[in-house]
Ligand binder design. Structure first.
Ligand code: CA
Length: 477
């Protein structure tokens, strides 16, 4: 067997790139995550193909789009008889482990598969004193803070692996629960940021005028947060609505950043551990999140939508022998590309059926001439639960974004009455990086609109997805 590198894949849950200082955060610093960027590459245009937890995890593990792997929504388990990257690595001689959040179902047909060891949170899990599950349904009760405990277990796995000295490489998947709602910090961070005012984002007071009606109806505004559950405080008396929105943002963002602080510290523990054991040079270290998040952008929290803050994933990768320190790439990659990339970095042959493309050439600073300049996105959960986000698909290129809110009433039976009208949005990301000017149907953008409609259809066909059957003809350019 060739001498293969190790893999440390760290994925958090809902960590937006704009809350990482390597990405130019204006609201926090993340010195340990930044170490990965300093040692390796920061990917500036890494996008998820469906901005919601379970589907993104399924896309990463299987290297396929959600209509292929079956996990289109939060309510679907991942069929564990399907191929996944861990199984492939195991077959290639890796010792594989998964510790932390799984969120792809439990039981014989859905438990993690392809891992020599796994210990996961049931469902979303708890921040404090969580219960964890192991193979065979064994329950492990833990005392402490979830991000610390997951890291403790990862370090214990690495120590055990080293002690076993079998000469096999490891592939460790460390999946944090944080910083998922409801943003509960570790006690040591309870009062951090108490004495500072976190800046509001540029689009915090976005009135959403000109955007699709279904977007204006989305319930992800500051006023939609539950004060007690999400903000851990009663709203002070006597605030105007504007003041209350500002107060809510401060409560929300500070807890979010406190929870991120524990991720950053624990990333530091893992990097330190690899340095002490001498594994740093032989280990591919990746940090990502299953999707982005709105940090008050457009007045919102949460994700789901194809807008930049939600679409974009942080993606930092270090591997000294192949990736130049302090490098970056603005080429488009997606979560479906992660697995082919991991396999190529580790020298494991990729199966034919994978839908993504390895971006190792980007990591090595040599983008191929035919590297894709667009990506396909689809979110299925039409007006689900309390967020009321519409189902939609779209295309993002290096300069533009086209979104179709197709509003399928069948996607969520009983959620509402007849189909909402189909609505479109088009953004010129160069002139309007904050996506506040919907120019769909504007004559001066007719040419690019026509190109994007064609590109959307091309990508949809290429990945084997099908357009929603619009009852009325969709607007054409
Ligand atoms: Ca998530």
């Amino acid at each position: 067997m060739p001498n293969r590198p190790n893999l440390l894949f760290v994925m958090s849950d809902d960590h937006a790139a704009h809350a990482i200082s390597a990405y130019g955060s204006k609201i926090n610093t993340t010195p340990n995550l930044d170490r990965i960027a300093e040692n390796g590459m920061r990917l500036d245009a890494a996008f998820c193909t469906n901005s919601i937890c379970a589907p993104s995890r399924a896309a990463i593990l299987t290297g396929t789009f959600n209509h292929v792997n079956g996990v289109t929504t939060l309510d679907t388990s991942l069929d564990n008889s399907l191929w996944n990257v861990a199984k492939e690595l195991q077959a290639a001689g890796y010792v594989t482990a998964l510790i932390g959040k799984w969120h792809l179902g439990h039981g014989p047909g859905a438990d993690p598969s392809g891992f020599d060891f796994w210990r996961v949170l049931p469902g979303q899990g708890h921040y404090h004193n969580p219960v964890m599950l192991e193979e065979g349904g064994r329950i492990v009760e833990r005392g402490g803070y979830v991000t610390d405990l997951i890291t403790d277990d990862c370090i214990a796995f690495l120590e055990q692996h080293q002690a076993d000295e079998e000469g096999k490489p490891f592939a460790l998947f460390c999946h944090h629960k944080a910083p998922h709602r409801s943003w509960e910090p570790a006690p040591r961070h309870f009062t951090k940021y108490d004495d500072v005012e976190i800046p509001e984002p540029h689009t915090f007071r976005d009135d959403l005028v000109g955007r699709a009606e279904v977007i204006q109806a989305v319930r992800m505004r500051m006023m939609d947060l539950d004060p007690i559950v999400d903000l851990k405080a009663a709203v002070p008396d006597g605030l105007s609505e504007d003041e209350e929105i500002a107060w809510r943002y401060q409560r929300y963002i500070k807890d979010y950043l406190r929870v991120v602080d524990a991720i950053d510290e624990n990333m530091g523990r893992l990097l330190d551990h690899l340095e002490v054991t001498g594994d740093s040079d032989d280990t591919v270290v990746m940090y990502t999140s299953d999707q982005g998040f709105f940090l008050g952008d457009h007045g919102w929290f949460d994700k789901r939508l194809m807008y930049e803050e939600s679409l974009r994933m942080p993606l930092l990768i270090q591997f000294p022998s192949r990736i130049a320190p302090g490098s970056s790439s603005d080429e488009i990659v997606t979560n479906v590309d992660f697995t082919p990339t991991i396999l190529e970095l580790l020298g494991v042959e990729r199966p034919e059926h994978l839908q993504g493309r390895s971006f190792v050439p980007l990591l090595e600073g040599a983008p191929p001439a035919d590297w894709p300049s667009s990506m396909y996105y689809r979110y299925w959960m039409h007006r689900d639960g309390s967020h009321l986000c519409p189902a939609h698909y779209g295309v993002r290129t290096r300069t533009h974004k086209l979104i179709c809110y197709y509003n399928d009433p069948l996607d969520q039976p009983g959620a509402h009455g007849p189909a909402d009208p189909v609505e479109w949005e088009l953004f010129d990301l160069v002139a309007d990086p904050y996506e506040v000017n919907n120019v769909f149907g504007h004559p001066e953008h007719a040419a690019v609109q026509a190109e994007l409609l064609t590109e959307l259809a091309r990508l949809q066909a290429k990945v084997g997805d099908e357009p929603f059957d619009h009852s009325g003809a969709p607007p054409s350019a």
